[in-house]
Every structure is written in C-alpha cells, then in structure tokens.
Design a protein around this ligand. Structure first.
Ligand SMILES: [Fe+2]
Length: 338
C-alpha cells in the first residue's frame, strides 16, 4: 500500500502568504462578484469544515447510496471540499463500489470504438482517443498561434498564480522566487480558451461527453477547462511530482496536446493501473504525444508533470468532465464562466 498512499504533494502545504490568500478570495476575473459561490469558496480556508464535510458525505453515501449523493446538487455545493478531508482509503471506499457496478455495462456498449476506449481506461487509467477526432498538425499550429496573441497568468492555473495577466512576450522575463509562481507553468483563463473556435467545439463536443458518460456511469458535463503553457526551462513545481487529482470521486479529463511532447519535453507520466484499488502493477508510462493528440484519463491515478522542457515550449488544453459542482470547479472559480 505504500505507493497507493501517495496522495498529493500539495496536501497540507500552504504556498501562500496571508496577503496572497486574501487576493485569491477577492479575485473575480473582473466579473460581477457571485456572493453565494464566494461564501462557499471561503470554506476552503477551514480545514475543520473539510473534515466535517467528509463525515457528512460518508454518512449520506452509507445511508442512501453513492448515486443519491452524486446527483444531489445541494449536498455537492455545501460539502464540495469533503473529499479533501478524506484519506485515500475513504475516497476509494466510496469510488470502488460504483466503478464495480458500472463496469458491468461496458460489455453492452454498442460502438466498438467507444467500447475499446472505456475498457482501456478501466484497465490502464488512460487511453489515446485521437482517432475519434483526427485533429491535424495545421489545427495545432493555428491554436498555438492563437494563444501567442493572448495574455496569461504565471501559475499552472490562474488561481494558483499571482493573479496578474501578462503578455506572452514577457514569459521569460520573470525570476522565480515564489514556490509556485513563475515556475515555468503559465495558464490562460477559461474565457480565453473558449474564444478559440476549435477548443470551443471540443468543449461542447458530444463525443467527449459520450466517453465521459460511459466511463463515469452517469450524465456528465465539463466542469473545468484550462490551457497551460510550459516554457523552456527546468521545471520544479509540485505537479511535477507524482500525485492524484482528487477533483471528485469519479471524473474523466481530456488532455489535448498542441505541441509535440516526449520524455525530455513535457511528456506527462502515469503509473499504469494506479487508479484502481486492486492494482499492484506500478510501471510508469510516459505519455509522449504529437500535436493534436487527445488523451482521456482518470487523473485519480498517479501521474506527474515533467521537469524537463529542453527543446521547445508545451501548450496543452485540459477539459474535465464529471458532476459540475466539485472541488476543482470551486477551486478554479469556474463559476465565473459557466
Ligand atoms: Fe494532476
């Protein structure tokens, strides 16, 4: 179980000063403040609230079943941070029975393409789904050029940055003094990503939703979208250590690569099968990708970013599907966009 216990390098760590925390709390992407969501966002700061929420979720799941909790918008809103207050054991104890139940439907999937994808994700934790979309080199080139004209934040997510938008031409100018700002990860906000027509089409694509619905076993919708840029430098950031994304008990995320990645240039690593409780094979797989590649993954499995960015920059868009109100939706303040 030792490897299974690896959770998140961020858990229990605080990278922010009081001033930075206050800035995050008041940050609204220059939009009209959504007070209700912001009050809930405040509970992120209260560890005791996570613990209590965890107990409440466990109670509801035990008493009324996972589906009841999963479909209940009010419980999700009030206790979205409960998953943070849980041990990995507790998370798997909720997630596993649901997966065992829905897996029985995999055989009934009529379309062989989809069926094979789902079976592969169940087994390994990820699957290359590029052939469903067939994006071309030219598409990737257009997307890269589009983002070069846009402003970005100096963290792997806007809310994990100093909250100041900068010009693309400034990305090599800054010195890294902060633990997570200016570490080689930059990000564009939701609005900028969705301004791009191709990305917008993917976000609303029926095909991504079908894959996510089949994998999760319920009606899903996108809950976050982010486009990330890595610059050419050695990257030491918490996400370049093996970790699990505990957005929710079950969800599916699509990584769309606009640049070529390999083991020396930003390729994500995944421990095969580490999304399953019964797994004991922990071989590491390097997700090398050509421009236009789409990887569907269960990022609850152990994965890590890559510290090496030797020859080129990396641009990647991530779209995650599941039940919309979850910890990641709240943490990224996606409620300002959709
Ligand atoms: Fe991650």
């Amino acid at each position: 179980m030792s490897k299974e216990n690896i959770y998140s390098p961020n858990k229990g760590r605080n990278f922010y000063s009081v001033k930075e925390i206050l800035n995050k709390i008041f940050f609204t992407f220059k939009k009209k403040r959504k007070i209700f969501y912001e009050l809930l966002y405040l509970t992120f700061a209260i560890k005791l609230y996570h613990k209590i929420s965890a107990k409440i979720i466990i109670f509801f799941v035990k008493r009324f079943g996972f589906d009841f909790y999963n479909n209940n918008k009010i419980l999700r809103l009030l206790f979205f941070s409960g998953i943070r207050g849980m041990s990995l054991e507790e998370i798997f104890r909720i997630r596993e029975p649901h997966i065992i139940k829905i897996k029985k439907n995999d055989d009934k999937i009529l379309d062989d393409n989809y069926k094979n994808i789902i079976i592969e994700i169940r087994e390994k934790g990820f699957c290359n789904v590029s052939n469903i979309f067939n994006l071309k080199d030219k598409d990737a080139e257009n997307v890269k050029n589009f983002f070069k004209t846009k402003e970005l934040y100096n963290g792997h997510d806007p809310l994990q940055s100093d909250l100041k938008k900068i010009n693309y031409s400034k990305i090599y100018n800054h010195e890294a003094k902060h633990e997570i700002f200016n570490k080689g990860y930059f990000s564009f906000d939701v609005e900028t990503s969705l301004e791009n027509q191709l990305i917008n089409n993917l976000f609303t694509s029926k095909k991504l939703k079908i894959i996510a619905d089949l994998y999760c076993g319920f009606d899903t919708e996108p809950y976050t979208i982010s486009t990330m840029l890595n610059i050419k430098k050695e990257i030491l950031h918490p996400v370049t250590s093996f970790h699990r994304d505990t957005d929710d008990f079950i969800s599916l995320g699509f990584f769309i690569y606009w640049s070529k990645t390999d083991k020396n240039n930003g390729a994500t690593k995944y421990k095969i099968g580490s999304h399953r409780k019964d797994n004991n094979n922990n071989s590491e797989f390097i997700l090398e990708a050509n421009p236009g590649t789409i990887i569907a993954g269960d990022w609850m499995g152990l994965h890590s970013g890559n510290q090496k960015m030797e020859d080129r920059e990396r641009l990647i868009t991530m779209i995650r599907f599941g039940k919309k109100i979850n910890q990641s939706y709240m943490q990224t303040k996606s409620y300002y966009f959709f």
